[in-house]
Design a protein around this ligand. Structure first.
Ligand SMILES: Nc1nc2c(ncn2[C@@H]2O[C@H](COP(=O)(O)OP(=O)(O)OP(=O)(O)O)[C@@H](O)[C@H]2O)c(=O)[nH]1
Ligand SMILES: [Mg+2]
Length: 583
């Protein structure tokens, strides 16, 4: 499936949903939710690499516009997220939770090392919306600061976005052979992300023979680290951008970016797009199938003799009670499972992270202390304090992103198991009623929805909340030789306090999110059992109520119901066609 097919199927599905929403026999809510899922699906691409490999240039090239600042010196210092929007707009998010919209021209004042040295402006990330067709189907491009430059603080920032990536674009460039630091970074990237594409940028510097040599060299080095042969895509971000901006097709082709783009898109669609389409279509077919069953039941109860109908209703009642009991069991089980997630996973991770971070930062603190002998007490205190705040913040941002991903996966695994069980309960109720009232019912499995990476229930926090650490209150009125020792001791206490405060917050935040995700899931899933029971009961009641009216009215109702059923079939056929195109 290509991007354009994906895009086309997506539009078709949305139009089917709109159609379904006009049919009286379908209750609106689940359809709306499915529409949201398909409309909000994103493909997150994170661009990483050593400084100056051309990450930012690549993003400009993919967009075909000179939006992000590029330079010959280490530049990008802040993560920038590009996503689709009707107009070019730039929003800056700060570590303390503030946001501000800025003019696009002011971008360098926030995202570059020069305009915002050492991130004195305390920016956490920048979000840019732009009407590029490339972003239209939910692609998000994430630019990260280069690792390994003299600006150490830039390095860590790059890590935070890896866990949520669908693919990582790892940039190498022909003008700098691969370094040890690059390989170390790659080892980390490998830990956090499941798919890495390797790009060898600035191919325009070399002739074809030298380029091949450069590719072979990188391949050899990468094979060792990755444990297998990897494909390397030579590209020229510069030529690609120039080609796109000037409309020079030959130049674009020469840049070889289109070749890579195609492979990348195919991967994204196969991996995520197709599964999403199939699962949404299956869910819609399921809704249709159930609605059709209820319609037929209503038609049936228009004509079945009353006492026969009443006997059947009382048999149905018994089954209904059984299913409701089962539903209560699900409630209790799910509650237990999520509690276990909090205790076994989250609490254990917090304890481990705390221990490691305290040990690591105590070493840093002592090193910094030894280096700062010449400072006055006041300066010493300020320097140590600033270091603690910076380090703790960095460490937390990274840990939080990884933990978030881990919890999301664990939570979805729980959901997956329950969905299968709940589907079975609903199907058993429908199959039972199908036998009882002698009406066909076609059960459609929706499992595919849960075998995807798309996280439907776990509440991701889009923006990590600000990390604020209050300065320590410490008297400095002691003589320097005693004072410095006391400062170190006080700063050690401060470090632990800062870590514990952050951990307390992060822990609560995670727990709350697991709880909310659970409630959401429970509500939606268990509601399906109730909706099924209600649907069946209502259909019978409606049919029975109609019978007291004249024969002519009954016939008219029957006709209207048959027409509605016909509409359901038509939409069902359209969905089946979509499904065929997607497999
Ligand atoms: N010749 C050539 N130069 C390129 C190409 N891509 C990028 N450059 C140049 O390489 C330099 C670095 O490009 P950037 O895009 O800023 O690199 P970066 O990886 O984002 O750098 P940091 O943000 O500092 O990590 C700039 O001078 C670019 O013009 C290319 O394909 N060919
Ligand atoms: Mg850059």
């Amino acid at each position: 499936m290509s991007v354009s097919v994906y895009s086309h199927l997506k539009t078709q599905i949305i139009s089917c949903i709109d159609e379904m929403l006009t049919i009286e026999a379908i209750r609106g809510c689940p359809c709306e939710e499915l529409r949201e899922k398909i409309e909000e699906n994103t493909f997150n691409l994170v661009v990483v690499g050593q400084f100056k490999r051309g990450k930012t240039s690549l993003i400009n090239a993919l967009l075909g516009a000179d939006i992000l600042p590029v330079a010959v010196v280490p530049l990008t210092s802040i993560v920038t997220i590009m996503k689709y929007g009707e107009a070019l707009r730039v929003n800056v998010l700060f570590n303390d939770g503030r946001t501000a919209e800025i003019k696009p021209e002011s971008l360098p004042e926030y995202v570059t090392e020069k305009g915002n040295p050492k991130n004195i402006k305390d920016v956490s990330e920048v979000v840019i919306t732009y009407p590029s067709p490339y972003l239209k189907d939910g692609v998000r491009l994430i630019d990260t600061p280069g690792v390994g430059s003299i600006y150490e603080h830039n390095t860590d920032v790059a890590y935070q976005y890896l866990p949520k990536s669908d693919a990582v674009l790892f940039l190498l460039s022909v003008d700098q052979p691969m370094s040890m630091a690059e390989l170390d970074f790659l080892k980390d990237v490998r830990e956090y992300s499941s798919k890495i594409f390797f790009l060898l940028n600035k191919a325009d510097y070399l002739n074809e023979r030298d380029l091949q040599e450069s590719i072979e060299f990188s391949k050899g080095v990468l094979k060792e680290t990755m444990g297998a042969d990897v494909r390397i895509f030579p590209i020229s971000a510069r030529l690609a951008l120039e080609g796109k901006v000037s409309g020079d097709g030959d130049m674009l082709k020469k840049s070889r970016l289109p070749e890579f783009s195609e492979v990348l898109n195919r991967f994204l669609i196969e991996e995520k797009g197709r599964v999403l389409i199939l699962s949404v279509v299956n869910s819609l077919l399921r809704i249709l199938s159930q609605a059709r069953f209820e319609l037929e039941l209503e038609i049936k109860s228009l004509s079945t003799p009353i006492d026969e109908l009443q006997k059947k209703i009382s048999v149905f009642e018994t089954k209904k009670q059984e299913v409701l009991l089962e539903k209560r069991d699900f409630d209790i089980l799910l509650d237990g499972e999520t509690k276990r997630l909090t205790v076994d996973v989250l609490d254990a991770d917090i304890t481990k992270f705390r221990k490691e971070l305290i040990a690591q930062e105590q070493v840093h603190l002592e090193e910094q202390f030894a280096r700062s002998k010449s400072l006055s007490s006041k300066e010493l205190k300020a320097a140590l304090e600033q270091m603690i705040i910076e380090h703790v913040r960095q460490a937390f941002n990274i840990w939080r992103a990884i933990e978030d991903d881990k919890l999301a996966k664990a939570f979805e695994a729980i959901c997956r198991r329950f969905v299968v069980k709940i589907d079975d309960a609903v199907d058993s109720l429908l199959n039972f009623s199908s036998d009882l009232f002698e009406i066909p019912y076609e059960a459609i499995k929706t499992e595919a929805l849960w075998s995807t990476k798309s996280r439907f229930y776990y509440k991701f926090k889009e923006q990590p909340g600000g990390i604020e650490i209050a300065a320590s209150s410490l008297m400095l009125a002691l003589p320097k030789f005693i004072g410095d020792k006391i400062i170190l001791k006080k700063m050690q206490d401060y470090l632990i306090r800062a870590i514990d405060l952050q951990l307390g917050r992060a822990g609560n935040d995670f727990e709350e999110r697991i709880q909310k995700s659970k409630l959401d899931f429970m509500w939606e899933m268990l509601r399906r059992i109730e909706a099924t029971i209600e649907g069946i009961s209502t259909a019978i009641e409606k049919g029975m109520a109609q019978r007291s009216r004249g024969e002519k009215e009954v016939e008219e109702t029957k006709q209207a119901l048959l027409e509605m059923s016909q509409k359901l079939n038509e939409t069902g056929n359209r969905l089946m066609q979509i499904k065929e195109q997607a497999v």
